[in-house]
Design a protein around this ligand. Structure first.
Ligand code: F0G
Length: 403
């Protein structure tokens, strides 16, 4: 094994126990809770010499990286920050990553560690995007990959990508939560052979925290609010960690308020946060049009709760109708195509503007997590805009109506 991570340690988020970096350690051996990676020594991540490195690798001193170079990369990160017309708000368009979602940031880092850990297979339970991303990066790294997904309940584009890039696909009858339980059993049994590409692996979240670094680089400050769609609750935790590091390393004084957004029918973290509970209140039968975040037992729930608490943040829910409306509005007013889960952040922001809880003056970044092309089934929610003609005159008449 050859790691450039000897200076890093893993710390339990609950009992605080510390361990040296181990690619196969995903939870605290003492209390079973999740781990965070720490020990970066005030890295100078925005220095000029790094600016020519691709995407997330500009910040490699703040990532767990292998000593072997070149790193396995598909040029992930460096995504657009698109201003919403007439508002002090931006959409961070993660759909422009190589496989079309934010997962590529964390997957790139995880696959490099997987490769040099000596693992033979990488595995992930997924609602689709992790699967697509893992399939592509694993193939690039010449590792076998296995995705475990809910049968017939992931968007067509994501299943297509997983197979296209060469993953083996295991379908389970139940939802994501059961898929993840199966994966966890396999990981325990095949330690050292199978590597986890799920966000319970803190290495994944290290890659995803670069979203915060990029927002800071563009805005030269932290925004007042960051809205994040929440499923397994990894990304909101990762982005918060990124901002906290920026403060610790002296780049920013003020931290953003983190706002987590779930769909009404799939809102375990919203329920837990609303009840002020420090125990997860699961959603037994999650249901929403936003299939990527149809998750009843988010594995990173405690990390996310801590992020909400530390940032004075809060959770919100949006209805399926609001999500559908938001997808269309983002497509037709902003010009970006996002999948339903990604539109929850925009839908929640609009709700808060309407209720007056936040104003047009507040600086807001909405994380749009995945590309519209992932989910062509969304066409069913759109009214037809197709005009069939057999004669030129019919088209001419149609144009007459438009002008
Ligand atoms: N948005 C999209 C498009 C996603 O695919 C996911 C998660 C999320 C938001 C939520 O992020 O889990 O970090 O809270 N998708 C996972 C998957 C679960 O398997 O692709 P999270």
């Amino acid at each position: 094994m050859s790691f450039d991570v000897k200076h890093l340690s893993m710390r339990c988020i609950k009992c605080g126990s510390r361990y040296s970096f181990d690619p196969f350690l995903y939870s605290c051996p003492k209390c079973g809770n999740l781990l965070d990676i720490e020990g970066y020594d005030n890295p100078d991540i925005f220095r000029k010499e790094n600016s020519r490195l691709p995407g997330i690798w500009k910040y490699h001193e703040a990532l767990p990286t292998t000593a072997e170079k070149p790193w396995i990369s598909l040029d992930e990160g460096g995504t657009p920050l698109v201003k919403i017309p007439g508002a002090n708000a931006w959409i961070k368009f993660e759909g422009s990553n190589p496989t079309g979602s934010f997962k590529d940031r964390g997957m790139a880092v995880a696959i490099n560690i997987a490769k040099y850990s000596g693992a033979k297979i990488v595995i992930a339970a997924s609602t689709g995007n992790t699967a697509s991303s893992m399939a592509a990066y694993a193939s690039r790294a010449r590792l076998k990959s296995l995705v475990v997904v809910p049968r017939r309940r992931i968007a067509a584009g994501k299943l297509f990508q997983s197979i296209l890039h060469g993953s083996f696909v295991v379908e389970v009858d139940d939802g994501f939560d059961k898929a993840l339980r199966i994966v966890q059993r396999l990981l325990a049994k095949w330690k050292g052979v199978i590597y986890s590409a799920n966000s319970l692996n803190p290495v994944r979240l290290e890659g995803q925290k670069t979203i915060a670094y990029e927002i800071y680089e563009r805005l030269e400050q932290a925004p007042d609010y960051v809205f994040v769609p929440v499923g397994n609750a990894g990304n909101i935790s990762a982005i918060w960690k990124g901002f906290k590091e920026l403060k610790e390393w002296g780049y920013i004084d003020k931290l953003p308020v983190m706002v987590g957004v779930q769909a009404e029918g799939s809102a375990p973290l919203y329920k837990t946060w609303s009840a002020g509970s420090m125990r997860l209140i699961p959603e037994e039968d999650p249901e929403t049009v936003a299939s990527a975040i149809r998750i009843g037992r988010p594995v990173n729930w405690l990390k996310a709760l801590l992020a909400l608490r530390e940032s004075n943040g809060f959770m919100l829910t949006v209805s399926d109708e609001e999500i559908i409306e938001a997808v269309v509005e983002i497509a037709r007013i902003v010009g970006l195509g996002v999948e339903p889960s990604s539109a929850t952040s925009y839908a929640a922001w609009k709700k808060l503007l309407q209720s007056g809880s936040i104003t047009e003056k507040d600086t807001v970044v909405l994380i749009a997590t995945g590309h519209a092309l992932k989910d062509p089934g969304f066409l069913n929610y759109l009214e037809s805009r197709t005009v069939s003609i057999s004669e030129f005159s019919e088209l001419d008449a149609f144009i007459q109506k438009l002008v």
